[in-house]
Design a binder for this molecule. Structure first.
Ligand SMILES: *Cc1c(COP(=O)(O)O)cnc(C)c1O
Length: 395
């Protein structure tokens, strides 16, 4: 075995944005990550529900290598082949006809907000307002932060972008009252991810679809965390049998490379020359990888396995919760959360890290599980073993 010496510079040059554990990850394979000391970690975060095929999947490596030897970048002013191929695939899978590629989820949502405003100016007398929900998370650009309902951001970076009307979750009456002549759309995550995996009910989503149709406004679904197989269906709106006018994709669509998409019905795709664009948008290297990832995940057998493993993980988490007297287990497919009943989630995540497991604590009393979509039963069992100890050692 060849041992590669990696000279680890103690990095003080990064701008401070968050506290990170004093570890540096140097290698990944499937559900496993390795740090610079050679320790292995079972990864149930996977880049925040991003590495849908796990670390360094051969599918992605092949797509990257072969596209890198064909062409890496053209220019957003010209077509490239992978961009067209991936757009066709997404259109076919979603039943929405038009695709614009972006580099991050926030940028895709920013594009969705612009498209709503464009549609409103052309089709609805200058309507520009968007009804959004409490605890929503739509990204970190100024407009998407303004659309988000994260309580900690309330007073940050004022003044916010105007035009977002916030209503409580699952409250159809409040949505109806918030919609007026200036309203262009209602925008939501079918399962609120960052706020702790909190799903909207299928019946609410169906009623909301009916209401937006009745009142003539658009329905925008942020499927950045819940799209591309994460919930066991290609897009989570399939669970409720509805279809949005606009949806955004990100995270898992690139399997770990920066790629996102704004997808919309033909009739609302009203951008004119110069209205929307970006230097890297539709970059062939990224879209070639996205194509390989989406094609792999969209196979019925692959999706069925996500559902099976998701059900298994949920069942085991429920059993653990019952045994240790914890709280609710929520979510769909391989996007799950467990309430701990006490504000020990960060402590559990810390204990787990020390024991070789990466797990996320989105709220003080909630853990979130977002493993690779091809995680195995055995890896789930190993995770549960470490998790049990990490919870028990909080006392
Ligand atoms: C992660 C996320 C975003 C933002 O995506 P970025 O790629 O971080 O900009 C937006 N919406 C939802 C639902 C997300 O989970």
């Amino acid at each position: 075995m060849v041992v590669v010496a990696i000279v680890m510079a103690k990095t003080d040059s990064l701008m401070f944005i968050t506290n990170r554990p004093d570890k540096t990850f140097v290698r990944g394979e499937g559900s496993w990550l390795y740090d610079s000391e050679g320790r292995a970690y079972l990864d149930f975060i996977q880049g925040w529900a991003v590495n849908s095929l796990g670390h360094c999947s051969p599918v992605m490596r092949d797509a990257l290598a072969s596209q890198a030897s064909i062409v890496i970048n053209v220019s957003p002013a010209y077509y490239n082949e992978p961009m067209r191929r991936l757009a066709d695939l997404l259109a076919r899978l979603s039943g929405l006809e038009r695709v614009f590629f972006a580099n991050s989820g926030a940028e895709a949502n920013e594009g969705a907000i612009k498209l709503v405003r464009k549609w409103g100016s052309v089709k609805r007398g200058g309507a520009y307002e968007i009804v959004v929900f409490e605890d929503a998370f739509h990204g970190r650009t100024l407009a998407t932060m303004s659309a988000s309902g994260k309580p900690q951001w309330k007073d940050l970076y004022e003044p916010k972008v105007p035009g977002f009307i916030r209503v409580p979750r699952e409250d159809l009456g409040a949505v109806r009252r918030a919609i007026g002549p200036k309203t262009g759309a209602v925008m939501l995550e079918p399962i609120q991810g960052e706020s702790g995996v909190v799903p909207f009910s299928d019946s609410f989503l169906r009623d909301l679809r009916k209401l937006t149709e009745e009142l003539g406004v658009l329905l925008v679904l942020d499927q950045i965390q819940t799209g591309i197989g994460r919930t066991g269906r290609m897009f989570s709106f399939e669970h409720s049998g509805i279809r949005p006018d606009i949806m955004t994709l990100g995270k898992g669509i690139g399997g770990g490379v920066p790629l996102a998409a704004l997808v919309a019905r033909e009739e609302v795709s009203l951008f004119e020359v110069g209205d929307q664009g970006g230097t890297f948008n539709g970059n062939p290297l990224m879209t070639a990888v996205g194509y390989a990832v989406v094609k792999e995940i969209s196979q019925p057998a692959f999706l069925a396995r996500i559902e099976e493993n998701g059900d298994y993980l949920a069942m085991q988490l429920r059993a653990l919760s019952q045994e240790l007297g914890l709280g609710e287990v929520r979510g769909k497919g391989l996007l799950l959360a467990m309430d701990l009943g006490r504000d020990v989630a960060s402590k559990v995540a810390e204990n787990a890290l020390e024991a070789g497991l990466l797990v996320n604590a989105p709220r003080p009393a909630t853990l979130r599980f977002m493993p690779a979509l091809n995680v195995t039963r055995d890896e789930i069992d190993q995770m549960l073993k470490i998790l049990r100890q990490a919870i028990q050692s909080t006392g």
